[in-house]
Design a protein around this ligand. Structure first.
Ligand SMILES: NC(=O)c1ccc[n+]([C@@H]2O[C@H](COP(=O)([O-])OP(=O)(O)OC[C@H]3O[C@@H](n4cnc5c(N)ncnc54)[C@H](O)[C@@H]3O)[C@@H](O)[C@H]2O)c1
Length: 218
């Protein structure tokens, strides 16, 4: 990751796991990060020196990505914080599943609402902001969605989770086609199993950052 110094990047799901690790790494690369999550974050990511990050490089908002009004507020805040929005990592998501005959319809709706509709809502409003800003060296911005290998291959009991991530893959491909000619790159990361927040005890976040980086470096 190079050329990120001073860039404003929105990261959802920033209170834990992959989102938190991405925020940490982006700040270490010199980016200014607007983190968002539905749960509060007691302490921000650490900077490259291991010290808490400054207000200039980090801002955090409580946001529900499944709620369009909440997403609109996040995007407006990010625009004020950074002057423009150069990037998005949409890492917020929920895990769930079970064979379909055992899956309540409410759970189907909940998972699709967060993982697929939420991805659409955040991308929609960030891309709208990017389209309204001048391009810099041919780029208006970059969007990364977080899908999963389960969205490509399915898995036992994956049902709604796999369906939601498969939807994210196809949505991402469509957005990439729609906006490539307007200076916005859109890509999905399809990762396999990493450590989860709930698996963790103390000291876990460092391990998780390494896991994310090793996937990114492939
Ligand atoms: N961990 C894995 O093995 C793995 C593998 C492939 C893909 N993924 C995907 O990566 C992403 C991050 O996963 P993780 O392992 O870091 O999980 P995690 O649970 O540690 O982090 C997800 C974050 O999203 C937040 N979130 C949930 N619903 C939200 C909402 N409506 N609005 C805003 N924030 C919300 C949660 O509060 C949480 O902080 C998810 O989309 C997940 O599906 C994870």
């Amino acid at each position: 990751m190079r050329g990120l110094k001073g860039k404003c990047i929105v990261v959802t799901g920033a209170a834990s796991g992959i989102g938190w690790a991405c925020a940490h790494r982006l700040i270490a690369e010199g980016a200014r990060v607007v983190g968002a999550d539905i749960v509060d974050l007691p302490a921000g990511p650490l900077g490259p020196s291991g010290k808490p990050v400054t207000k200039r490089s980090w801002e955090f908002h409580l946001v529900d990505i499944a709620d369009e009004g909440s997403v609109l507020q996040l995007v407006a805040s990010a625009g004020r914080f950074g002057g423009r929005i150069d990037g998005l990592v949409n890492a917020a998501g929920v895990a769930s599943g079970g064979p379909v005959h055992m899956l309540p319809a409410e759970e189907w709706d909940r998972v699709l609402r967060v993982n697929l509709t939420g991805t659409y809502l955040v991308a929609k409003h960030v891309i709208n902001a990017m389209l309204g800003q001048p391009s810099v060296e041919g780029s208006r911005g970059a969007v990364v969605t977080v899908a999963s290998i389960e969205g490509l291959e399915g898995t036992a009991g994956g049902s709604v989770y796999s369906a939601s991530k498969g939807g994210v893959v196809i949505l991402t491909k469509s957005m990439a086609i729609d906006y490539a000619g307007r200076g916005i790159r859109v890509n999905a990361r399809c990762m396999s199993r990493l450590h989860r927040h709930s698996d963790d005890a103390a000291g876990v976040r460092g391990a998780r950052v390494g896991a994310v980086e090793s996937q990114c470096d492939r």
